[in-house]
Write a protein that binds this ligand. Structure first.
Ligand SMILES: C[S@@+](CC[C@H](N)C(=O)[O-])C[C@H]1O[C@@H](n2cnc3c(N)ncnc32)[C@H](O)[C@@H]1O
Length: 256
């Protein structure tokens, strides 16, 4: 039992759990995510903070079936969507082909195993993914993404960002989630029990507070770090790799 518990906490155990979970849920996420107004708002905010533009090479980590990738693809040169779930990548490729997009590439791989050449991309973006990683893997992902960025490139992460009740914002978010589920009757009570085990045991969902994200960005050497609360549980954090003026400034016509 103790050995089982220890194994459940390893990186490989988490990768295999996430892969199975999302392979089974890929179709329903593909159908439902576009109709979730909260999720759409976070996607839009990630794009606003990322400022994608022509000529850019972009990586979307945990791309799912393309909720962010397909919105960004028409604005940039090339976008690579990486996801642990092969079923999600198959849907991404299908959705990109349906939309007539030819600059989208899918990679089915755990982010923890992803190797990208240093200083080779303009933007790294992500939406509602990193709370599935163990805390040390979140920090490692931020360090890796910062390394992939060209000087002046941006990392922009949208995700559920709250702790386990240490401050007033956390308590407000948790209590509003519980109230919402209580209103749904017995089905909601079941979800409270299920989510309590997911959050408290930190098996499937492992969100951390905005302040923890800001610290991770700064520890990875990113500058101009900004955190923006977007909807109740979710926020966007962005940072810039040092070494040059920001990519936004670089694109301004001379003299403006
Ligand atoms: C909540 S969905 C979000 C999908 C999409 N980004 C969106 O905005 O709708 C989480 C996604 O993260 C992926 N994921 C979870 N853990 C991952 C990991 N370690 N590496 C890469 N992708 C992962 C899942 O397969 C799933 O597609």
């Amino acid at each position: 039992m103790a050995r089982q518990r220890a194994a459940a906490g390893t990186q490989e155990a988490n990768i295999s759990r996430q892969r199975n979970f999302w392979n089974a849920r890929a179709q329903s996420w593909d159908h439902g995510a576009g109709n979730n107004p909260g999720l759409v708002k976070v996607v839009e905010r990630v794009i606003a903070e990322a400022q994608p533009s022509a000529g850019m090479t972009v990586i979307d980590i945990g791309c799912g079936s393309g909720q962010l990738t397909l919105r960004v693809a028409p604005l940039v040169e090339r976008i690579v969507g990486v996801d642990i779930s092969k079923a999600m990548i198959d849907l991404l490729e299908h959705n990109a082909a349906e939309a007539g997009l030819t600059n989208v590439e899918g990679i089915a791989m755990a982010l923890e195993h992803l190797e990208i050449e240093a200083a080779s991309v303009d933007l790294v973006i992500s939406n509602y993914v990193l709370h599935h990683l163990r805390d040390r893997d979140k920090a490692a992902a931020v360090v890796a993404a910062a390394r992939w960025l060209k000087p002046g490139g941006r990392l922009v992460i949208g995700d559920m960002m709250f702790g386990r009740g240490a401050n007033a914002r956390d308590r407000e978010i948790i209590s509003s989630k519980v109230t919402l589920m209580l209103r749904k009757g017995p089905a909601g009570w079941w979800r409270i029990a299920k989510n309590a085990s997911r959050y408290l045991l930190r098996f499937q969902e492992r969100p951390v507070a905005i302040s923890a994200w800001v610290e991770m960005f700064r520890a990875a050497g990113l500058v101009e770090v900004v955190a923006i609360p977007v909807v109740n549980e979710a926020s966007v954090v962005r940072g810039t790799r040092t070494g040059a003026e920001s990519h936004v400034q670089r694109q301004s016509p001379a003299g403006t």
